[in-house]
Write a protein that binds this ligand. Sequence first.
Ligand code: NAG
Ligand code: NAG
Ligand code: NAG
Ligand code: NAG
Ligand code: NAG
Ligand code: NAG
Length: 479
Amino acid sequence: MVNRIPVPQAKYELLTSVRQTNWKSPVVCLTFVFIVVGSLFALRVCSDLLPSRNLESGPLREVIITTEDATIASWTRRARMYAESSKENQNADRNTTLVTAPSSRSPSSGKILVCYYTLPRTMNTTEELSPAHIDPNICSHIIVGFASVVNSTLSLGSNTQIYNEISSLKKLQPKLKVMISAGGINEQTLGFPEMVKTHANRKKFIRSVLNITRAFDLDGLDVDWEFPAWLGNNERQKIWFVQLLQELRKEFDRSARTLILSAAVAAPPAIIDDSYFVPNIAEYVDFINLMAYDLHYYVWYLPVTGLNAPLYPRASEIGYIATLNVNYSANYWVSKGMPREKIVVGVPTYGHSYQLDNVDNHGIMAPAKGFGRLGVDGFVFYSMVCWLLSVGGQRVFDQESRAPYVYKYDEWISYEDADSVTAKAEWIKANDFKGAMIFSLNTDDWSGSCSSKDGNETFPLTRILSKTLLREKLTPPGL
Ligand SMILES: *[C@@H]1O[C@H](CO)[C@@H](O)[C@H](O)[C@H]1NC(C)=O
Ligand SMILES: *[C@@H]1O[C@H](CO)[C@@H](O)[C@H](O)[C@H]1NC(C)=O
Ligand SMILES: *[C@@H]1O[C@H](CO)[C@@H](O)[C@H](O)[C@H]1NC(C)=O
Ligand SMILES: *[C@@H]1O[C@H](CO)[C@@H](O)[C@H](O)[C@H]1NC(C)=O
Ligand SMILES: *[C@@H]1O[C@H](CO)[C@@H](O)[C@H](O)[C@H]1NC(C)=O
Ligand SMILES: *[C@@H]1O[C@H](CO)[C@@H](O)[C@H](O)[C@H]1NC(C)=O
């Protein structure tokens, strides 16, 4: 039993079993706690006494200030929720045997590449990706996020002009589809839970969706509710979510123009089980955007380095931890009834940073004491990862997970690069999934700072997915 528990869990397991033994248990338990706390304290003091070998502070400071952004808050919220899902399940001896449904394996009609574009906070185009700097020829779909649900209507907030700007990219590339995503930071407390409750509220919401898609010439809606019936929310939200999708589908089919309906969904099995009636969702959506990232992230109760979006588990991972990878998650959706040709697999263009406890211990599962200095709450743009590599960051590619990480002194970042993204694209093709989603265009290297030697290619990660997956190349009309 105990030898099946991976290292960080073993610590908790040991405490549990010690507590259950006999009269000695309080003493043993307390001693154990003192030893653990004592060594942690000693470690911390020692590392503080070591000469501080910090990263060059100039550019670091700058990044911390410039990427401070409200959208980070919504990303962080999801990462925390994912982390909660693993916390709750760390010690559960889950039966993770997959019953893979016989896959229909019907040839799907061409792959898609769905790209999220998150609304910039300011329109300073040297700092943030503006619509004018988006290449309209790499993605088959662009989803603009995030509109919120306020008072049972889809609310765009103050910056509505940007939806027109993204929408007009279709003039440059007529095959491009532009959608809007409902979700974001407001939805937790106000938006979705209230809206989905009654038929009247859902109707009001759907009417506002139809109005907005018409007004801004948008091609569809992405429902990004994170997550129905999760973390103590009303269990009936799971049903209401399906009802919402069903009613949206009905109205979308009835509307004059064909509107696309997608849902952004969770990757950890615990959330999938709690939040989704998969076969019903499959019936109504055109595709799901599987948020197959944030699978490891710095959290205080599991303070060790981990990969943001590993494709496969590592041999040393067992139990619940072995389910936190892209391959497991996508196949879990299949086993629960989502057809492969409706699964669009998410690929992050951002990385997650950690601050190492000990600069000499820099592998995966190395002790960490917080978010890295790069990025905001550990979220790091790809261009910043490139910068770290260019100033001597050490890159390691983990063959088992098919994912790289980079470290320098006490900075440690899990990220995606050409190799990991290519591996995912090939795996998507080999497994007949519908395509890839990227989150997001904004965090890819849109200014082309990573590859100055080959002419500063913009959106390098997104471009790899585009070249590998899209059969029909999106060339500008007239060329
Ligand atoms: C796990 O699930 C599989 C398939 O449902 C079943 O055959 C097996 O007996 C289960 N194992 C345990 C330990 O429950
Ligand atoms: C945009 O940001 C850059 C870099 O931070 C700054 O130098 C520039 O002054 C800003 N431009 C505007 C118009 O605010
Ligand atoms: C919500 O909508 C109702 C009816 O459409 C309206 O009477 C009410 O004032 C709105 N509330 C807010 C906070 O906007
Ligand atoms: C429809 O959308 C437009 C543009 O956002 C907005 O001004 C208008 O109030 C909306 N009408 C309804 C009935 O929601
Ligand atoms: C990927 O998932 C499938 C289905 O669960 C499984 O059969 C396969 O072994 C997995 N691949 C790896 C390398 O883990
Ligand atoms: C390429 O990027 C580098 C670093 O950002 C910059 O110094 C250089 O001027 C760029 N070259 C071109 C041709 O844009």
